[in-house]
Each structure stands twice: as structure tokens, then as C-alpha cells.
Design a protein around this ligand. Structure first.
Ligand code: GTP
Ligand code: MG
Length: 201
């Protein structure tokens, strides 16, 4: 069985608009979620690189669609977060539109990892995005991130709530309690990404 090498990642290219993406071979998985949920941190943690993807305490640190190559035929894409209210309405709308376009039309896309801050739970916009991805019948992995901030009882409670919510929306998704900071759920997630990779070969 071929295994994905999580120690080999390199930055490939960034795009401002989906229409400009000129990498149209192989397969990719994408990270989406509300601003500041930890998408860029996850790339750094998963691939053992301190700073390959830009992280900040403040929402809005990713402002481009960033392509990272794991090997010749497999990529991970870091998208800007959606929904942060400090940006101009125009800026917010631009990115919501581009993320939707990316999810709807990107042929190389085989899976989406959606990050949700476990402390704030799903936002309306998360559910809208899930609805779009659901129609594509690709793998959906939901990470209830930043679980290091809550106790085990709450972790369980939020997990059950999330499961119920997703079930009620008739969405098929994997849900994991997660923390990049405390490395909770990393090996499970790596296995899932590896399976996606193997299935893409
Ligand atoms: N407590 C905790 N903080 C985290 C975790 N993951 C990320 N963070 C912090 O959350 C903040 C935002 O992280 P980013 O990785 O930049 O988040 P992002 O989703 O890429 O943000 P945008 O690009 O603005 O959408 C940083 O201060 C991170 O250190 C986690 O598992 N636990
Ligand atoms: Mg980011």
C-alpha cells in the first residue's frame, strides 16, 4: 500500500480568483471554515512545518487560495476564512463567492476538511457551504477544532450535537473532535487523508 509522505510538502502557487487556477491535473483536498478556526495552523501541524502556511492570532491572515503540493499528484489547498465581520462587506462577499465557486467547479477536488471552532459550533455559513459540498458527493471531514479549550464532558456533548445536526441535514460526513495545539485527532485525520490519497490513485 502506498503511503502519503507527511514530511514532504512544498508551496506551489497562490490565486486570487478561481478562474485563474491553472493547475488542472491530479487530486486535491481543501481546508475551509470560518476565519480564525485554524486552517493554516492545521497544514503546519499535519506536515511538520512550522511556517509553511501563514498563521495569525487575528482573523483574515489567509487572503489567497494557496496551493501546497504533497507529491506530484496530490495537493492540499488552504483557503481564506469566510465570514469575518471586520473586513469590508465587499471583501467578505468576494471570498464567499470564490470559495463557493471553488467548491462547485473544481474538478480535482476529492475531499473537503471543514474546520469549526468547537467553542462557537457551526455558523450559518458553515451549513451553507456543507450544503454545496454535499451535492458534489465528495468526502467531507468536519473537525471540531480548538478542543483543548474545553473539558472532556463538553467535548463529548459537542460531538454528539454536531453528529445530530449533520444527520438532520442529511449530510454524510466524518466528524472529529480535534486540536492542532494539543495534537488531538491528528493520526486519525492523517489516516483519512491517506485513504483519500490511495483512492485517488
Ligand atoms: N487553542 C487553539 N488555538 C488554535 C488551534 N489551532 C489554531 N489555533 C490558533 O488560532 C489562531 C488562528 O489560526 P490560523 O491557522 O491562522 O486560522 P485560519 O483558519 O487559517 O484563519 P484565516 O486564514 O484568517 O481564516 C492562531 O492564533 C492559532 O494559533 C488549536 O487547536 N487550539
Ligand atoms: Mg489561514
Amino acid at each position: 500500500m502506498k503511503l502519503l509522505n507527511f514530511n514532504s510538502i512544498s508551496f506551489l502557487k497562490s490565486f486570487s480568483y478561481v478562474k485563474d487556477i491553472d493547475i488542472n491535473f491530479g487530486s486535491e483536498i481543501a481546508l475551509i471554515g470560518y476565519s480564525n478556526t485554524g486552517k493554516s495552523t492545521l497544514i503546519n501541524v499535519l506536515f511538520n512545518k512550522k511556517k509553511i502556511s501563514r498563521v495569525s492570532k487575528f482573523p483574515g491572515s489567509t487572503q489567497l487560495i494557496n496551493f501546497f503540493q504533497i507529491n506530484n499528484s496530490f495537493r492540499i489547498i488552504d483557503l481564506p476564512g469566510y465570514g469575518y465581520s471586520k473586513f469590508s462587506k465587499q471583501f467578505k462577499l468576494k471570498w464567499i463567492k470564490e470559495i463557493k465557486k471553488y467548491l462547485l467547479y473544481r474538478k480535482c477536488l476529492i475531499g473537503v476538511i471543514i474546520l469549526v471552532d468547537i467553542n462557537f459550533f457551526f455558523k450559518k455559513i458553515d451549513l451553507k457551504m456543507l450544503h454545496i459540498i454535499k451535492k458534489k458527493k465528495i468526502k467531507i471531514i468536519i473537525l471540531l477544532n480548538k478542543s483543548d479549550k474545553i473539558n472532556n464532558f463538553l467535548k463529548k456533548e459537542k460531538y454528539i450535537l454536531a453528529k445530530k445536526k449533520i444527520l438532520s441535514l442529511n449530510i454524510k460526513a466524518d466528524i472529529q473532535v480535534f486540536s492542532s495545539l494539543k495534537k488531538i485527532g491528528i493520526s486519525k485525520l492523517k489516516n483519512k487523508i491517506n485513504n483519500l490519497y490511495i483512492n485517488s490513485l
